[in-house]
Design a protein around this ligand. Structure first.
Ligand SMILES: Cc1cc2nc3c(=O)[nH]c(=O)nc-3n(C[C@H](O)[C@H](O)[C@H](O)COP(=O)(O)OP(=O)(O)OC[C@H]3O[C@@H](n4cnc5c(N)ncnc54)[C@H](O)[C@@H]3O)c2cc1C
Length: 553
């Protein structure tokens, strides 16, 4: 591992690499760079036509960064990118994020090690060779000592199974698989199923153009003003100048954001003080509401109620028709579903061309070729938009379904829980690493930064293995159990597991129903560093069967 540009070997029709990476989104792209810098030979595969993952697929109208936003949703490892790239808005549109990722891919010449339009359909661990064999739908066969699954926590579209849906003859689009050609809503009657982030972002945009929009809502949501605005050149300059400090803050913050969080309980303030703070944060928009309000909103029912009541009041102030406002009233604990940032969502219900159907009282019975039929009657439609989200967190790993020791598949191991250690590794699947998988902070963290930090750990682990003459690393069963307990203990101290959400697997029938994300935020990175510092405590090693390099490039 001395050269910076190791090259693959070929034997027969099998290509040999040190590391195969599945996925070329934000995480897979960084993985290519990171392992290449370590002098390893790498190959990445992605089913998409180009880089970007989430930002390649989610091109629906209104799709934007919906976290604390630009310029902090970015790679942090390169000062050069920060110096060169200009972000124009605080909540960048998908196209701006994709443009940034294209710039990064060009800068680092990433595409030469990525094969696109290639789905990995089979990965198996060869115990004798201590290597993974990879097969793709394009007929590629590859072998690698290490397999890095950057398959995306939000990349497997969740398709609803509703009677007659396949008979619907009009245009049908899933927001997470939006076409690259422009979609026109003009003169059309559109039904949108789903009011999670994608629905709430897209509905106002669709309503501006469509003849009529019927929103089919299962769960009313708390949504907060996105507060999107242009980033001034002065702000960009300031961010550049203080980038080192900003990055330090991001690394220290529980969610990976450069903000100081509030340290007070909501119950320490008087109702008037709380109201004043909520008002101020509501006006500022973005994630300030969560990051800069109180520290017990997700822990104390009473504290939660104060924020929930405030948001419900705001929805009532905006929505003119009281009956519609009633239907839009969320009744779960605020923040215990993915917080949503909106751009005119609630105002949209004041338009004449928008109808809200509350599926709790008026459920969908079936689709016909030209309509959706709910209990109360038929709604003729020309277009169906499925804003039904993803089989999140575990879905893409299960779709890949790696076969580990003894040919045992992940589907067999993950029937009741998503067993793993550190959110990175799985027993019976040696040398396989997940990025943003179950058991990691994944979707609860600034994800580009999370990918960088997980990849650093994986890289160190690979280096350690090779330096020690080991061929394989795999977690012990008791380490998985202890990790599962740790993840559960943190989650159970909060209100999160008490709400049905995609975080708890409630949106996908038959999925194990529990909160599988590590909620400890930056504590996670301390924990994985501790494991590393204790010589990979909790793992079993297997000596290399062949000297280093005999099986690898
Ligand atoms: C609309 C939207 C807004 C978001 N906003 C934010 C935000 O503001 N902040 C934030 O931190 N996160 C946000 N996210 C989460 C976002 O998913 C991550 O930030 C990040 O882009 C994930 O990158 P990734 O590389 O881990 O996964 P992905 O971008 O999902 O990439 C995974 C890739 O793996 C490929 N793949 C999967 N399986 C296979 C296979 N078997 N063979 C070949 N290829 C495969 C897929 O084609 C895909 O390209 C948002 C997500 C969405 C959908």
């Amino acid at each position: 591992m001395t050269s910076k540009e190791a090259s693959p070997r070929e034997s027969g029709s099998v290509e040999h690499y040190d590391v195969v990476i599945i996925g070329a989104g934000v995480s897979g792209m960084y993985a290519v760079h990171h392992f290449r810098e370590m002098g390893l030979s790498v190959r990445a595969y992605d089913g998409a036509k180009d880089i970007g993952g989430t930002w390649w697929y989610n091109r629906y109208p209104g799709a934007r960064v919906d976290g604390p936003g630009s310029p902090y949703y970015c790679y942090t490892f390169s000062d050069e990118f920060m110096k060169e790239w200009d972000w124009e808005e605080t909540q960048s549109e998908w196209s701006a994020v994709l443009a940034y990722l294209e710039y990064v891919a060009d800068k680092l010449d990433l595409r030469r090690d990525i094969q696109f339009e290639t789905w990995v359909k089979d990965v198996r661990y060869d115990e004798a060779a201590q290597r993974w064999t990879v097969e793709t739908d394009t007929g590629v066969r590859a072998s690698a000592q290490f397999l890095v699954c950057a398959v995306g926590a939000l990349s497997t579209a969740n398709m609803p199974d509703i009677s007659g849906i396949h008979d619907f003859a009009g245009e049908t689009y899933h927001t997470g698989r939006w076409p690259h050609e422009p979609v026109s809503f003009a003169g059309k009657r559109v039904a949108v199923i789903g009011t999670g982030s994608s629905g709430i972002q897209s509905i106002p945009e669709i309503a501006k153009e469509a003849d009529h929009v019927t929103v089919l809502q299962r769960t009313p949501q708390f949504a907060f003003p996105a507060g999107n605005r242009p980033i001034t050149p002065e702000e960009m300059e300031e961010a550049r100048e203080s980038w080192e400090t900003i990055r330090g803050k991001m690394l220290a913050h529980p969610g990976g954001f450069p903000v100081d969080t509030h340290t007070r309980s909501a119950l320490d303030d008087t109702p008037e003080e709380r109201e004043a703070l909520y008002e101020e944060l509501w006006k500022r928009g973005s994630f300030h509401f969560f990051l800069k309000s109180y520290n017990d909103i997700a822990i104390s029912e009473e504290a939660n109620q104060t924020m929930a009541d405030f948001v419900r009041k705001k929805i009532r102030e905006v929505v003119k028709d009281p009956e519609t406002a009633d239907k839009l009233m969320p009744d779960h604990f605020v923040m215990t579903k993915r917080p949503i940032l909106e751009n005119g969502y609630f105002e949209t219900y004041n338009r004449d061309n928008v109808t809200l159907v509350d599926l709790r009282e008026d459920p969908i019975e079936r689709f016909t070729p030209t309509s959706v039929v709910t209990r109360s009657g038929e709604h003729p439609i020309d277009m169906l938009v499925l804003a039904t989200g993803f089989d999140a967190i575990s879905g893409s790993m299960l779709r890949l379904n790696p076969k580990g020791r003894g040919g045992r598949s992940l589907k067999e191991r993950w029937t009741d829980r998503f067993h793993n250690y550190l959110g990175l590794t799985i027993r019976d699947f040696p040398n396989l690493f997940m990025v943003h998988g179950p058991g990691s902070p994944g979707v609860f963290y600034n994800m580009p930064l999370g990918a960088e930090r997980q990849m650093a750990w994986i890289g160190d682990c690979i280096r350690h293995l090779r330096e020690q003459g080991q061929g394989a690393i795999e977690p012990r069963a008791e380490s998985e159990e202890a990790w599962d307990n740790e993840v559960a203990a943190i989650a159970n101290a909060t209100l999160f597991p008490r709400t049905d959400s995609w975080w708890t697997g409630a949106n996908v029938p038959g999925k194990p129903r529990y909160f599988s994300v590590y909620l400890g935020g930056s504590l996670y990175y301390q924990r994985i560093a501790e494991v590393k510092d204790k010589d990979y405590d909790g793992f079993d090693f297997e000596p290399a069967h062949a000297p280093e390099g005999a099986g690898a490039s």
